[in-house]
Design a protein around this ligand. Structure first.
Ligand code: 3IX
Length: 225
């Protein structure tokens, strides 16, 4: 079975619109939730497994090597397709869709059973991962991209699954190539469930580059801002 060396110049396989990637990936997210919560009997599960394995074989017949970030080092839409929190083509992502304001980034989302830690509640590691993303998105949004050097989370209340949550971030302070951002995960009534702070540092090898070069190097989807 062949594997394509890289996607086309815009990252799409011939004739595939972004909407199809998006709707297909959503269908796989639904499959993951169905897999987790199905009460199907043994015969039904065995039939479903055969079908899923057939679909998997169809998809793996033609794949990019490695990751989307590696295949599209210039970043942009395709580079962010694989991101585990916001990736349009990543079935593991929710995906979060951020709104960008002058000094703030936020998103609303409703995590389901796939994100469980304590019974009925969101896993703390997943909360930290989502906070990392929103804190880093803000740094990028402010044209101060960086890698997470430090992330600290206070878990203030258990975070219920299957309720609308708001995640947002704002900047705390900046110093040269360092950016400290703070963010929260809260419920619709404003209760803060978790609060995180992050330090984002532009890596040494990028510090000498221009902002335009850095923007190209980062794996950020400029089209979402
Ligand atoms: C692979 C390259 C990609 C390049 C892209 C660049 C930026 C854009 C990135 C992402 C944007 C995309 C979407 C945004 C949302 C995403 C959020 C998720 C982000 C992540 O998921 S990201 C993965 C996890 N993250 C890492 O994988 C980092 C591993 N790590 C390193 O890559 C280095 O460790 C680094 C770069 C952190 C520093 O390395 P370095 O060589 O530049 O630092 P250096 O030693 O020169 O120190 C310079 C000054 O920073 C101080 N300093 C250093 N480290 C510190 C620390 N931990 N705490 C407090 N202060 C610290 C020193 O004390 C000194 O301070 P002073 O100048 O005052 O003396």
């Amino acid at each position: 079975m062949s594997s394509s060396p890289t996607p086309g110049t815009d990252g799409h396989a011939p004739g595939v619109p972004t909407e199809l990637y998006s709707s297909f990936t959503n269908s796989v997210r639904e499959l993951a939730d169905a897999t987790l919560r199905s009460n199907a009997d043994a015969e039904t599960l065995a039939r479903a497994e055969a079908l899923v394995r057939e679909v998997t074989a169809t998809l793996t017949a033609d794949q990019i090597p490695g990751t989307h970030g590696e295949s599209c080092p210039q970043g942009g839409l395709v580079g962010s397709w694989g991101n585990t929190v916001v990736g349009l083509r990543n079935p593991v992502a929710i995906p979060l869709v951020f709104a960008y304001e002058t000094d703030r980034v936020w998103a609303e989302f409703t995590p389901g059973a796939l994100f469980e830690g304590p019974p009925g509640h969101m896993h703390g590691g997943v909360i930290a991962m989502f906070l990392d993303q929103v804190l880093g998105e803000l740094a990028v949004h402010l044209n101060r991209p960086g890698l997470t050097a430090n992330l600290s989370v206070d878990y203030l209340k258990p975070t219920k699954l299957n309720t609308v949550l708001r995640i947002e971030a704002w900047v705390e302070r900046t110093e040269g190539f360092k950016t400290w951002t703070t963010g929260t995960v809260s419920t619709a009534d404003g209760t803060v469930c978790a609060k995180g702070t992050g330090l984002f540092i532009l890596p040494r090898f990028l510090r000498e580059k221009s902002l335009a070069e850095i923007t190209e190097a980062q794996q950020h989807d400029a089209t979402t801002s």
